[in-house]
Design a binder for this molecule. Structure first.
Ligand code: ARG
Length: 479
C-alpha cells in the first residue's frame, strides 16, 4: 500500500506525529492524533493480519449486498468486488504486502480499496462497524481453522490406535497413585488417551456449531438504519443464521472462550500423556524408547538422551491455560457492548491455536517413531501383587463375600511378603488353603498377568478383544 498518503493523520512534521501512512478510519473527529508510540500501542495489525482472507471475503459479500439493496450503485458494488478479489490475489501472490504500520487489518484493506478506487472504496463501510466486522472475521477464521485442528487430533489418534492395535495384548502395569495397581495392556492405556482426544474433537465441533452465527449488521452495537439484508449476508458467508441481538453480537466472545477452553483441555491431555512418557522414558521404568531424532542430548553429560519434546509439550500446556485465564479476565469486567479491551482476544486465542496445533503435530511424530520395551512392561506386572484384586475375585466367583475375599487376599499378600515371595502364584497351594479352603489348583492359571487382563472383558476393560473393539469404535468416529 504505497499510495495512501492522504493527510488524515494531522500534525505532520512533529516528531509526536503518528505515521502519515496509512490513514486511519476515524480521522474526522480528532484534530490531534496519537503519537507514534501510542498509535503502535493501540494498533493490532501485527496480530490480526492473519484475518486478511476472511476480512476480504466478508467485504465482498457486504459490498454485493449493499449493491443489491440499492445502498450503493450496482457498478460500485461490482468495482469493489473486483478490486477486493484483486487484493486477495496480490496478498496471496505476495505482490501486495500488509503494511505493518496500519492500525488493523480492516483499516488496511479499506485503505487499499480507497487508495485505488477513491469514492467507491469509501462506500464499502456503509452499514457496518469494525466491531461487527472483527467479530465476523474472527468467527470466519475459526470456522475454517478449528476443523483443521480437529483433523490434527484425529491424526494423533490414528497413530496411537495403530500402536494400540499392535499392543492390544501386551500386558503392562496399570497405576493408581503412581503405584502398581492391576495389570492392563499397553493397548488399553493408549486407547485411554484416545478416548480423551475424542472428547476434544467433540468439544471443538460443539463450539464451532455454536459460533456459527453472523454478527454483520450489528454495526457498532445498535444495528443500522440502512436496509441491510442480514440473512443474505449470513447465508453467503456460510453461517447458519445471523446473530440474535446486535449488542450481544459485538460484546460476545463466548466463542473465543470455548475454543480457548478446548485448546487448554486438549493441551492438558497432551501434557498428561507426556508426563506418562517422561516417566516411561526414565531408567527406572524404561517402558518406552523414544527415537533418537525425537530426543535431545546434554551439553555437559555425554550419556544423556532426554525426552525434551514431551517435556516441552507439557510445558506449553501452561500457555494455553494462561490464554484461557487471560480471556476470562479480559471479559469479566467489561461493560456492554464493545470495548477496546476485546482487541486483546485474538493474540491470546491465536497463541492457543498455534500452540495446540504445533504440539499435536510434534506429539504425533514422536509417538509414531517410539517403540516399547514389552518385556520390561510385562516383567513389571510381577512383584507388586497386581494380581491381588483378581485373587479376591477368584474367591468371589467361588461364593465368598467380597469383603471377606478382599481381606483374605490381603492376608495372602502379607504371607507372601513374609515368605519373601514375589507373587501369589509363588505361594504353595497348602499355604493358600490355610487362608481359604476355596483355593484350588486352577488359581495359578487364573493369576498370571495375561489371565488377569483377559478376564476383565467387560465393555471398557483391558481384555485384548475388548481393546480391539474400542479401537474399532474410535476408528469409526474419526473416519
Ligand atoms: N482491531 C479492533 C479489534 O480487534 C477492531 C475493532 C475496533 N473497533 C473500535 N471501535 N476501535 O477489536
Amino acid at each position: 500500500m504505497k499510495d495512501s498518503s492522504e493527510k488524515q493523520n494531522g500534525s505532520s512534521g512533529s516528531d509526536q506525529a503518528a505515521p502519515k501512512s496509512p490513514s486511519v478510519l476515524w480521522a474526522g473527529r480528532l484534530a490531534e492524533k496519537p503519537g507514534a508510540e501510542a498509535f503502535a500501542f493501540q494498533a493490532s495489525i501485527g496480530v490480526d493480519a492473519r484475518l486478511a482472507r476472511d476480512d476480504i471475503r466478508l467485504s465482498r459479500v457486504h459490498a454485493a449486498m449493499l449493491g443489491r439493496q440499492g445502498i450503493i450503485p450496482a457498478e460500485t458494488a461490482a468495482a469493489l468486488d473486483a478490486e477486493l478479489a484483486r487484493i486477495a490475489g496480490e496478498l496471496e501472490a505476495g505482490t501486495l504486502a500488509i503494511d505493518p504500520g496500519a492500525e488493523d487489518i480492516h483499516s488496511f484493506i479499506e485503505g487499499v480499496l480507497t487508495s485505488r478506487l477513491g469514492d467507491a472504496g469509501r462506500m464499502v463501510h456503509a452499514g457496518r462497524s469494525r466491531n461487527d466486522q472483527v467479530a465476523a472475521d474472527f468467527r470466519l477464521y475459526l470456522k475454517r481453522t478449528v476443523p483443521e485442528l480437529r483433523d490434527e487430533i484425529a491424526a494423533v489418534m490414528g497413530v496411537l490406535l495403530d500402536q494400540a492395535e499392535q499392543h492390544a495384548a501386551a500386558v503392562m502395569p496399570g497405576y493408581t497413585h503412581l503405584q502398581r495397581a492391576q495389570p492392563v495392556s499397553l493397548g488399553h492405556h493408549l486407547v485411554a488417551w484416545c478416548a480423551a482426544l475424542d472428547r476434544d474433537r467433540g468439544r471443538f465441533a460443539d463450539a464451532v456449531k455454536r459460533l456459527d452465527e453472523c454478527p454483520l449488521g450489528a454495526g457498532a452495537l445498535a444495528g443500522s438504519g440502512l436496509p441491510l439484508d442480514r440473512a443474505a449476508v449470513a447465508e453467503a458467508l456460510g453461517f447458519a443464521r445471523p446473530t440474535l441481538n446486535s449488542m450481544d453480537s459485538v460484546a460476545d466472545r463466548d466463542f473465543a472462550l470455548e475454543i480457548a477452553g478446548g485448546c487448554a483441555i486438549t493441551m492438558t491431555h497432551l501434557s498428561r500423556f507426556c508426563e506418562d512418557i517422561v516417566i516411561w522414558a526414565s531408567e527406572e521404568f524404561r517402558f518406552i524408547n523414544l527415537a533418537e531424532q525425537w530426543s535431545t542430548g546434554s551439553s555437559i553429560m555425554p550419556q544423556k538422551k532426554n525426552p525434551d519434546f514431551a517435556e516441552l509439550i507439557r510445558g506449553k500446556a501452561g500457555r494455553t491455560t494462561g490464554n484461557l485465564v487471560t480471556l476470562l479476565t479480559i471479559l469479566k469486567g467489561l461493560p456492554y457492548a464493545y470495548d477496546k479491551d476485546l482487541q486483546e482476544d485474538k493474540e491470546a486465542l491465536f497463541d492457543s491455536l498455534d500452540t495446540a496445533r504445533a504440539c499435536l503435530r510434534i506429539f504425533r511424530g514422536m509417538m509414531a517413531a517410539a517403540s516399547f520395551n514389552l518385556e520390561r512392561m510385562e516383567a513389571a506386572c510381577t512383584g507388586g501383587f497386581l494380581e491381588a484384586t483378581d485373587a479376591a475375585e477368584y474367591l468371589v466367583r467361588k461364593g465368598l463375600p467380597f469383603r471377606r475375599a478382599h481381606e483374605t487376599a490381603a492376608l495372602i499378600v502379607r504371607d507372601c511378603l513374609e515368605a519373601g515371595r514375589r507373587s501369589i502364584a509363588e505361594q504353595p497351594l497348602a499355604a493358600l488353603k490355610k487362608r481359604s479352603e476355596l483355593f484350588e489348583d486352577d488359581v495359578y492359571a487364573a493369576l498370571t498377568p495375561a489371565a488377569c487382563v483377559a478376564a476383565r472383558k467387560l465393555p471398557g476393560g483391558p481384555a485384548p478383544e475388548e481393546v480391539r473393539r474400542q479401537i474399532r469404535e474410535l476408528r469409526g468416529r474419526i473416519a
